[in-house]
Design a protein around this ligand. Structure first.
Ligand code: MN
Length: 424
């Protein structure tokens, strides 16, 4: 079979599209008919996976894989099935005789209202960027060591809230909480609403309770990646987080991008991650001959305000960074999460933690970009930002590849801040 990059599809794909044939990300959505089902993105189009499955074009497919509001059932089937469905899809989409049979199941992606592609039982937010952990440590604990002593020995994380994982374009209501005002703990709407640029890893096949997943077997369990915006209320977070970790400052909303990109597609941008120093425990060390679990992705944060949109101004990019030098990998995160016998289930989400680079302008949050508000960002409309104001809109973008011929993407995820509700 010709490689996917060389084959022509009967659905047009523009050069530079984030979703060429080599990508084939899956999502869930509806066209307004209320029938929620799974789709695969190709160029500016989406193809109805449920219809292809019912027509027998994807091989042996079980009921419940593609006719639901989440992909958990399909993800549970494991890598052999994912590979088989992927190759059958490539066959269908490159077979000119298939167009007549399946063209009615293709819609413009812009017609779709998308959901979160999985229904996770558990969501973990890790903290795996050395640059972010160092930056935030300096800001939260200016008089102490930036990096806490455990950080280089295991992937730090906390269990998050699955009920508030929200789809692309969900409005983010400014949360209330207790935060210090003039040194006094005071209840009110956050004044330090922030974003976190993160990459999510989604679990496919689950693991058995009581049995740690060997780091060498991570590929049997991990399905793919998406973008995650872990909205954060820094004033609430800073007051509440010790000793048990983030709670209300994080749990009000976490945006998840609609198109889930499989690791079979992401193989094209695998790269060796940094070598941890000092060497961690053996369960966190991948075999030397294993596929690497670093990914050479480029990530960006784009911003516009309500005023900028009213003035017809384009969004501005406020940060760009690379994912390749993340200190802890998804495989290490999985090995660590299960080392005590805890299990994972299909659709579980690990967020990477905020991705920040080493240079100014490569920080994945406003608290870092503005040094906790000391260096406001200047906007094209003449105003400035430290933290988010009502009406501000943030879009995260991510992709791999150096040019239009090799580029493929994670797509994007957007959210707009709306005023606090139910003030007391
Ligand atoms: Mn986070």
């Amino acid at each position: 079979m010709a490689t996917s990059e060389m084959a022509d599809t009967w659905i047009p794909v523009g050069e530079g599209s984030p979703f060429p044939l080599s990508n084939l990300p899956f999502g869930v959505g509806h066209t307004g008919d209320g029938r929620r089902r799974a789709w695969v993105a190709l160029g500016e189009s989406a193809v109805d996976l449920d219809a292809l499955a019912r027509a027998g074009a994807l091989g042996l497919v079980h009921a419940g894989w593609f006719d639901r509001w989440y992909l958990n059932g399909y993800l549970a089937a494991g890598p052999d099935v994912w590979g088989s469905v992927r190759w059958r899809l490539i066959d269908v989409l490159t077979d000119p005789t298939a167009e007549g049979r399946f063209a009615e199941h293709v819609v413009p992606r812009s017609w779709l209202t998308m959901g979160v592609p999985v229904a996770p039982t558990d969501y973990v937010d890790f903290y795996s960027s050395l640059h972010h952990a160092t930056n935030l440590g300096r800001l939260f604990r200016p008089d102490g060591e930036a990096l806490l002593p455990n950080w280089r020995h295991l992937p730090i994380g906390y269990h998050g809230r699955t009920a508030t994982l929200v789809p692309d374009r969900t409005d983010i209501v400014r949360p209330h909480g207790v935060r210090p005002i003039d040194g006094e703990p005071t209840f009110g709407p956050t004044g330090m609403l922030d974003v976190e640029l993160e990459v999510g890893t989604v679990v496919g096949a689950g693991s058995e309770l009581g049995v740690p997943v060997d780091i060498a077997d991570a590929g049997d369990h991990l399905y793919g990646m998406c973008l995650v915006n872990d909205w954060s209320a820094r004033d609430i977070q800073a007051f509440e987080y010790q000793p048990l970790g983030p709670f209300c400052g994080k749990s009000f909303a976490t945006s998840v991008s609609p198109w889930l990109v499989s690791f079979q597609a992401l193989d094209a941008c695998r790269i060796a991650p940094p070598t941890p120093e000092p060497a961690p425990a053996d369960y966190l060390v991948a075999p030397a001959d294993a596929r690497p679990w670093g990914f050479d992705l480029h990530l960006e944060i784009w911003f516009d305000s309500a005023q900028m949109r009213a003035d017809g101004r384009d969004p501005v990019r406020i940060s760009e960074c690379g994912f390749a030098d993340m200190y802890w990998t998804p495989a290490q995160q999985l090995a660590h999460l299960t080392v005590n016998g805890a299990c994972v289930t299909p659709g579980d989400l690990f967020a990477s933690g905020t991705v920040s680079g080493p240079r100014p302008g490569s920080e994945g949050s406003l608290i870092e970009l503005t040094r906790r508000g000391e260096r406001p960002i200047e906007l094209p409309d003449g105003t400035t930002r430290t933290f988010l104001e009502d009406g501000d809109r943030v879009e995260l973008r991510g992709w791999a590849g150096d040019d239009d011929t090799t580029r493929f993407g994670l797509g994007s995820v957007t959210g707009t801040v709306v005023p606090a509700r139910g003030a007391h």
